[in-house]
Design a protein around this ligand. Structure first.
Ligand code: ATP
Length: 225
């Protein structure tokens, strides 16, 4: 995934982040390190096309990401939050986001997705155009077997074909896809929202995110008397 001199390698981590949780942060820190990215952007969706609509507003979801990143180990400013999808017409199609980012700077972009999102990828808007623009970094998500991930990557052919004997897939124009199965944190935003609504303190919520939720009474959270 090396880029020519002067070109940055940039990871794009899109999602609803409703709210951002420790699983998202661990994935970002791991990918930043493993793939030696110059930068990794969290990109909250304004209106996600493939999921139910967010519970918290874009402003709150973005503020929670920024608070979480401020509390992360120092990465020399490589972990950032991008508000670009607020400037683009909804729904937030990733191909439009990548094209808008490319107009701002011609870097080498890698799309970071959990294995659950990979299974949904064939249904994404203009997926072939998207896969011609980015490398793909797929990260393990609990309950999804490695064989299922491999089948899903193979099914993206001709976009990607297995590189013989190597744990990566090759796409058009030298694009690559890799599967990282050495990270796993069983947590989801929906489980966290359910816990908060029940009045339970979720374990895998970064403290600055929990502080924001309590301050703004998000997700039905009520302080016990
Ligand atoms: P929800 O439970 O509301 O569906 P989520 O926890 O899946 O939310 P998203 O904001 O939808 O969070 O996820 C953004 C991206 O992060 C997706 O590509 C998703 O696959 C990935 N992701 C989320 N949680 C994890 C996790 N625990 N491990 C690995 N990848 C994750």
């Amino acid at each position: 995934m090396a880029a020519p001199d002067g070109e940055l390698t940039v990871g794009l981590f899109g999602g609803t982040f409703d709210p951002v949780h420790q699983g998202h942060l661990d994935v970002a820190l791991h990918v930043l390190d493993r793939c030696r990215l110059d930068r990794l952007l969290f990109i909250p969706a304004l209106l996600p096309p493939h999921k139910r609509q967010p519970v918290a507003s874009f402003a709150h979801r973005t503020a929670m990401i920024e608070a979480a990143l401020a509390g992360c180990p120092d990465t020399g400013g490589r972990l950032r939050c991008s508000r670009i999808e607020a400037e683009l017409p909804p729904p937030s199609y990733t191909v439009n986001t990548v094209q808008a980012l490319m107009r701002e700077g011609r870097h080498r972009y890698s799309l970071i997705i959990g294995a659950d999102s990979l299974l949904d990828l064939p249904h994404w808007h203009r997926v072939d155009d998207l896969l011609a623009l980015v490398d793909l970094i797929v990260v393990k998500r609990e309950a999804i077997a490695a064989a299922t991930v491999e089948r899903a990557l193979a099914a993206l052919a001709p976009a990607f074909a297995r590189d013989a004997g190597r744990e990566r897939w090759l796409g058009r124009d030298g694009r690559t896809a890799i599967y990282l199965d050495d990270i796993e944190l069983p947590v989801s935003s929906s489980a966290i929202r359910e816990e908060l609504a029940r009045g339970t303190m979720p374990a895998l919520l970064p403290p600055p995110v929990l502080a924001h939720i309590r301050r703004h009474h998000l997700y039905g959270w009520k302080e016990s008397p």
